[in-house]
Write a protein that binds this ligand. Structure first.
Ligand SMILES: [Zn+2]
Length: 85
C-alpha cells in the first residue's frame, strides 16, 4: 500500500479556516495592526512613512482569527448540557 505522508500543519495554524487571501481589505481594517500600530480603519503604514497598499500579514492573521472566532461563537442549536462529550 502506498502510504501518503501527512505533513504536519504546524506551519499553518489549523484554527484558521478563513484563508488570508479571502480576507477583504475592509475585514483587515476591522482590526488594529500589531505590526505597524495602525488603528482600526486606518491603513497600514510604511516604516519610512506613507501608506502601505496591503495590510501587514499579522493584521490579516488577526482579522482571520477574529472572523473564525465569530464563526465559532455562533450558538449551537441547543446548549442544555455544558459537557461537550
Ligand atoms: Zn500594519
Amino acid at each position: 500500500m502506498n502510504q501518503t505522508k501527512r505533513v504536519p500543519s504546524s506551519t499553518q495554524s489549523a484554527d484558521v479556516t478563513v484563508r488570508l487571501k479571502e480576507i477583504t481589505p475592509r475585514q483587515a481594517l476591522s482590526v488594529s495592526c500589531q505590526a505597524c500600530g495602525a488603528a482600526v480603519r486606518q491603513c497600514c503604514e510604511l516604516r519610512a512613512g506613507g501608506i502601505r497598499k496591503k495590510p501587514h500579514r499579522a493584521r490579516l492573521l488577526l482579522a482571520a482569527n477574529k472572523l473564525n472566532a465569530a464563526a465559532l461563537r455562533r450558538p449551537a442549536k441547543d446548549r442544555h448540557s455544558t459537557a461537550a462529550r
